[in-house]
Design a protein around this ligand. Structure first.
Ligand code: PLP
Length: 260
């Protein structure tokens, strides 16, 4: 059976990140793609010009409309924008008994623009993280979730990942893409009491807009039919391929998108 995957996230009219990237990823991985919008974002490959967050009740109405009609096999949560929207999503997902939830705690775009109101961090940490099967923070997001600002190294990642697991998700994928070491990209995956180190050669490309969105969407697409470790490994392979293929695109003058 083809899995039905729901993205709950913000938009990107240039198609590189957010809901548009999620839909492309779900389709490329053979899933049926669904999407509930949290915020409409005016952005391109160069930066974010602004966003309009939807009314939290209306975000909830979209999610209810999906769950009351469709079997949902996995959910990916991306940009939630505000605390009331984060709370509305948590309430809806709990109410519908959603399973296979992947949370990408989106805070700041690569361009440095903020996609989350600062007061929403607590709602993500306290309401959404404990509901999640997998959370996929990058290092700056992990620091914000933990309320710390360390000088991140691989040793520091190994030392801190347990504190992220204590926030209550089943699994933590701590993404090391922001580490200064350029040759390798190392992510740590903690669940079932064991930390795995997933290493891949780092690709030198400017076309990396939406990488985090794509990774979390690919994990969600695979979760219904794989173990978490398999889903994460396959998602990393997918992102690597989509990043390489991005060089064949000519989209925008900033950080171009991945090709799915
Ligand atoms: N726009 C939206 C709506 C997103 O959800 C994200 C996700 O991280 C981004 C932009 C950021 O993309 P990037 O940091 O890869 O440029």
């Amino acid at each position: 059976m083809i899995p039905n995957i729901l993205s709950i996230a913000g938009t990107d009219p240039t198609g590189g990140a957010g809901i548009q990237a999620d839909i492309k990823t779900f389709c490329a991985l053979g899933a049926y793609a669904m999407a509930a919008v949290t915020a409409v974002v005016a952005q391109n490959t160069q930066g974010v010009r602004g966003f309009v967050a939807l009314d939290p009740d209306f975000v909830a109405q979209q999610i209810d409309a999906v769950f009351e009609d469709v079997r949902v096999d996995a959910v990916k949560i991306g940009m939630v924008a505000t605390a009331p929207i984060a709370e509305a999503i948590a309430e809806c997902l709990r109410h519908h008994g959603a399973a296979n939830i992947v949370l990408d705690p989106v805070m700041v775009a690569k361009s440095g623009d903020h996609l989350l109101r600062p007061e929403a961090v607590a709602a993500i940490r306290e309401r959404l993280v404990p509901l999640s099967t997998v959370i996929t923070p990058n290092l700056p997001e992990a620091g914000v979730l933990l309320g710390i600002d360390p000088h991140w190294t691989l040793q520091e990642m190994r030392r801190r990942i347990g504190a992220l697991a204590e926030l209550g998700p089943e699994w933590v994928l701590l993404k090391g893409g922001h580490l200064p070491d350029c040759a390798q990209s190392t992510d740590l995956l903690l669940g079932a009491g064991e930390t795995l180190e997933l290493t891949a050669p780092r690709l030198a490309t400017r076309n990396d807009h939406g990488t985090g969105c794509t990774l979390s969407a690919a994990i969600a697409a695979r979760l219904p039919s794989r173990t978490v470790e398999e889903a994460v490994r396959e998602a990393k392979t997918y992102v690597h391929q989509a990043l390489s293929a991005g060089d064949r695109l000519d989209v925008g003058r900033g950080h171009g998108p991945l090709h799915h």
